[in-house]
Each structure stands twice: as C-alpha cells, then as structure tokens.
Write a protein that binds this ligand. Sequence first.
Ligand SMILES: [Zn+2]
Ligand SMILES: [Zn+2]
Length: 183
Amino acid sequence: MQNHHVSLNDLPREGKDFVVDDPAVWEDPIREFRMECRISSPLAARVHILPAGEGWLVRGTLAGEVVLPCSRCAEDAAVNLDIHFEDMAFLPEHDAGESDGAGEAQGWVTLVRGVPMLDLAAVCWEELALALPPIPLCAPRCKGLCSRCGTNLNENTCACPAETGDPRMAALRGVVLRKTGHS
Ligand SMILES: [Zn+2]
Ligand SMILES: [Zn+2]
C-alpha cells in the first residue's frame, strides 16, 4: 500500500483536498478482517482536511460499489456507495471528555517525530465500514432460503409445508411431532 499519511503541519489555512483511489486501502483490511465483502466497482474517496480549532475537520465523499452476501439467501447483494462524511480529528492526547464525542474520530492522528500525521487510509477504511448495511439484501423482497430444505425461494419453489414465518411456531411443531412419535 502507498503511504497515505498526511502531515497536518503543512496544511494551508483554507485546507487541502486529497484523492484516495488505491484499492489496497480497502482490500487490505477486508482481507485482514476476513470480511465477506468484494469490491465490484472501484472505490474512490475525496477528502478535504481543514484546520479547525484544536483539531482538523475531515470532510469528504466515498463512491463505488461493493458486494456482500445477502443475509437471507447468501447470493450477491450489491451495495452502491455514494456517501458524504464529516468528522473531527484530534491529536492523540486530545481530551474528548468535554464534548459528547459524536462524530469525533480518535486514532487517525499520530505524532511522528513531533509532527501530527493523519492516516488517510484509516479514514477511508472507517468510512466504508460505517457505510456497509448491517443486513444486506440482494433485493428488498428477497424470499430467502427454505428453512427446511434450503431451496432458494427466489428461484424455485419447494414441496415443504408453508412456514408460518414465526420460528417459535416451527419449534413448537417439532416438539409435537416428537411426542406423537414416541407414544
Ligand atoms: Zn437474497
Ligand atoms: Zn423447502
């Protein structure tokens, strides 16, 4: 991976723009965390860093597309990304106790021989991780897999009895079946 550390001492007063499109910024942590996430359309981030008070305002966009497994049927679920983000970055020793901490990122800035350096790769990775849906779906109406035979109900039907949709009822039916089987 290229070096994506930016010296915050060299920033002009009006701030500076950076473009991050090195795939390793996202691919390396995806591999490291063994995430089931594939980049299907190149990711690119534009980041503007602006000195602001005791820290730096980190503002930008992230665009591209990733594919996650659908949480119902495990087929590909494409996630189109076109996000805007805005966070404050502070020196490592900054005391965040006085504020509510919302929108503040810690750990992005490190001191290298006394010079504060912002890790742009960490910013871009974190923004992707935050943008991923907790329950990815291949389609809003994905029917998922049959809980009995595993058939993908988007593609096929199966002969299993219709589910009530309530897993507690399914468990109850199992109990009743076992009882009759042993009596
Ligand atoms: Zn699905
Ligand atoms: Zn079935």
